[in-house]
Design a protein around this ligand. Structure first.
Ligand SMILES: Nc1ncnc2c1ncn2[C@@H]1O[C@H](COP(=O)(O)OP(=O)(O)OP(=O)(O)O)[C@@H](O)[C@H]1O
Ligand SMILES: [Mg+2]
Length: 271
């Protein structure tokens, strides 16, 4: 299962409407990428899905039950990594494992935590405080923590934003592997990115959001077969056509604004 229904969701901070009229049905096992300009409410929508905030209007449900609080059925990677700074990196992962799998022996939890840290390329950070890691290392530790609890739903907010190209490619592959490792029961993933190519590489559907207020501008199926091999994918006509459509949709807001500006300037010049 693990279907997510977002029904006519509005979210406001005081008088400012951040999200409006958001409707989206996410099927179990889908990999959704959210694309949209800075400030359109992608992180806000993820916070609502994580249960850290409630919609002002409308509802969000997981398998028919309203989301009202964080839960172990949803692994979250926040944009700001959000590790507890007073615990070592390893303890951060162990804590999540203890919540997800209470009662397991401590040494087993530590081994699992270390294994997931190694999976994201962090072999020697278990005893280090997050403050002693680079931004990209902190980001990877937060990813390891989310992967370790092996939840059926993953909510990820620009998780690979601070990584170099090679590490990013490795983690994209790892994520795809974890997504589909349980045959017949894929995880349901909602993944925020600014990178159109990353969205096409990963997603089964791409949701493009627009600004003022944040809303869904378009939903695009990515029917390119898997596995998607980067070197082959980027040259294919399907990839290029979809990339151009997504970029066009993403920039439509900005182009509208620029066009309005030009109209105003032209009118002004005539006076
Ligand atoms: N705690 C808050 N109080 C008031 N306004 C907020 C708060 N958090 C976010 N906002 C506003 O909500 C809007 C959406 O923010 P959000 O962080 O969801 O955008 P985003 O799409 O994730 O942007 P980015 O791509 O830069 O991460 C912005 O206008 C932001 O200023
Ligand atoms: Mg954000």
């Amino acid at each position: 299962m693990h279907t997510i229904s977002i029904n006519n969701v509005q979210f406001s901070y005081g008088a400012q409407t951040i999200l409006d009229g958001i409707d989206l049905e996410v099927l179990a096992g889908e990999f959704i990428c959210l694309l949209g300009p800075s400030g359109c409410g992608k992180s806000t929508l993820l916070r609502l899905l994580a249960g850290l905030a409630k919609p002002t209007l409308g509802s969000i449900a997981l398998d028919g039950a309203p989301i009202t609080a964080p839960g172990l059925d949803r692994g979250v990677v926040f944009q700001d990594y959000s590790l507890f700074p007073w615990m070592t990196t390893g303890q951060n992962v162990v804590l999540a494992l203890e919540q997800a799998f209470p009662g397991k022996p401590k040494n087993e939890q530590r081994e699992t935590a270390q294994a997931y840290l190694e999976m994201v390329g962090l072999d020697n950070v278990f005893h280090k405080l997050p403050g002693a890691l680079s931004g990209g290392m902190r980001q990877r530790a937060a990813i390891a923590r989310a992967f370790a609890i092996n939840s059926p739903v993953l909510l990820m907010d620009e998780p690979f934003g601070a990584l170099d190209a090679i590490t990013r490619a490795r983690l994209q592959d790892l994520l795809l592997q974890l997504w589909q490792q349980n045959k017949g029961e894929r995880k349901t993933v909602i993944f925020v990115t600014h990178d159109v190519e990353e969205a096409i590489l990963l997603a089964s559907r791409v949701v493009v959001m627009g600004l003022n207020p944040g809303s869904v501008r378009g939903v695009f199926d990515v029917s390119i077969p898997r596995p998607r091999v980067r070197q082959e994918l980027y040259g294919t006509p399907e990839f290029i056509a979809l990339r151009d459509r997504l970029i066009g949709e993403l920039h439509a807001d900005v182009l509208d604004e620029l066009d309005e500006g030009r109209t105003v300037r032209t009118a002004g010049e005539g006076i």
